[in-house]
Design a protein around this ligand. Sequence first.
Ligand code: HEM
Length: 504
Amino acid sequence: MTKRKLSHGEVPVLMVICVIFFVILLLLSLPYAMKFIWQVIVTTTSARHESLPLPPGTLGYPLIGETLEFLKKGSLFYQERQRKYGNIYKTHILGAPTIRVIGADNLKTILMGENTIVTQSWPKSAKLLLGSRAITQSSGKIHKTSRRHVMPAFSQHAVEEYIPIIQSDIRNQIEIWLEEDRVLGFIECRKMTMSIACKVLLGFDFDEGEKGKYNKMFLDFMDALMTLPVNVPGFGFHKGMKAREGLMAEIKEQLLRLSLQEGKTSSFKTAFEHYMDSVEEEITLDTLDTIAEGALDLISSGFSTVSSALTSLMMVLGKHQHVLHNVRAELDQHGLLEPENVDLTLRCLNELTYNFKVLKELLRLYPPAGAGFRKVLKTFKLGNYSIPKDWTVMYSIRETQRDPQVYDEAEEFRPDRWNNSSIHPGTLTSKCETEKFNFAPFGGGRRSCVGFEFAMLVLRIFLVELARNCDWTLLNEDAEVRYIPVTHPVDFLPVQIRRRMIQN
Ligand code: HEM
């Protein structure tokens, strides 16, 4: 065989091919190189506790980290990482190096470490929208004082007085649904929650038209809490700031009216009135902004969480008819099944222990808030890892409450699993430490939910009224459930609803 020599023309062609090949190789490997360099920079500049390693996990691309993948995948992003790395792993999302922790022991360390190793951490957009003086946004002494002033409005004693208001609002709303035949559960539950929250907190009374207007403002406001803080028309944050202006103006007007006793139409003591008694201060133009910000913080904390739980309740009972049957059997046993104007009291609600287990199981499987955020104040050890100062820690409620090592058939909705629970129906707190942190839909420690008694009351009343007044069919039973920003069915839960047939 004779070897052919390359001609003069063929040599440059080969060189060009080699260069193109090299450039393509370089371009293809560039993302990996960038990720590698970014990982090295972030990990080597992060503080360590006694030379312990950082948790496993990846940090994605410079600056944006793994945010795009997170936004695309939602809760699946977390599930995949937990499967791969275990209960403590690192990532980089929403502009911050972040460690997600799962499991009772890890939750206990984070929740009980408030002000010593961690403190609250919210995205800048939320800080600007809610204001630095809001309970959720403050820390240290200001936070402690604000909580002390707000708590009397949500004590068992205070919330007991709210029962007739909540019951009548829920009954009215259900009557409107029954006229509609077909409703979107999530949208309706949002409207109802906002109306109850505004009435109980501030004594606001809306007509149907106003409900729509405020609902829209609240949605714009809530949607902007976790966005890029760009206050320019066209951006979600700008819409959120506009909604904040409108809501603050309304709240301030209402507060002034209430403080002058002009608009006092409510027959009960509103949460705002409890608050004013607790601070022992006159409302002035100087304090008005702070108080209005506090009210907005409370309404927004309760609005999305409660409406999410109410919607999930309609969904699970629609899917698990035998549970609905048991709920009704218990109501019947206590003479509460017939809808005719049976006024509810805390005492009769406390007797409904099966109903309470249904709600507990609901909050285990579908916690409205899937996680809480903290900023690390000083480097500490968690498991065998270093958790570096200034990183974000996200404690996971959802994955903790679905741990198959703790809960048999963890993905199943089984209210009976709580049969042997020592928990008293009136409260969700438990004496058992492990149970406490394996089940934390309302968080825990110094930042536990201030509105939890109120939220539970709304849920308990809604369960009674829905079960005794309505039959409903889920029109898309297998709809996907999304968990971010709060738990909700992706199609907003279309249901066909009708008055319950009373059997003789
Ligand atoms: C089912 C309904 C609710 C759920 C599942 C829920 C859940 C939570 C959770 C998990 C936290 C802790 C967040 C963290 O650790 O960072 C929290 C805090 C909070 N919740 Fe709720 N919540 C509900 C209803 C309400 C209601 C109705 C209100 C007020 C009317 C409220 C007001 C607050 C406030 C102000 C905080 C902040 C406490 C602090 O930082 O000290 N929540 N909630």
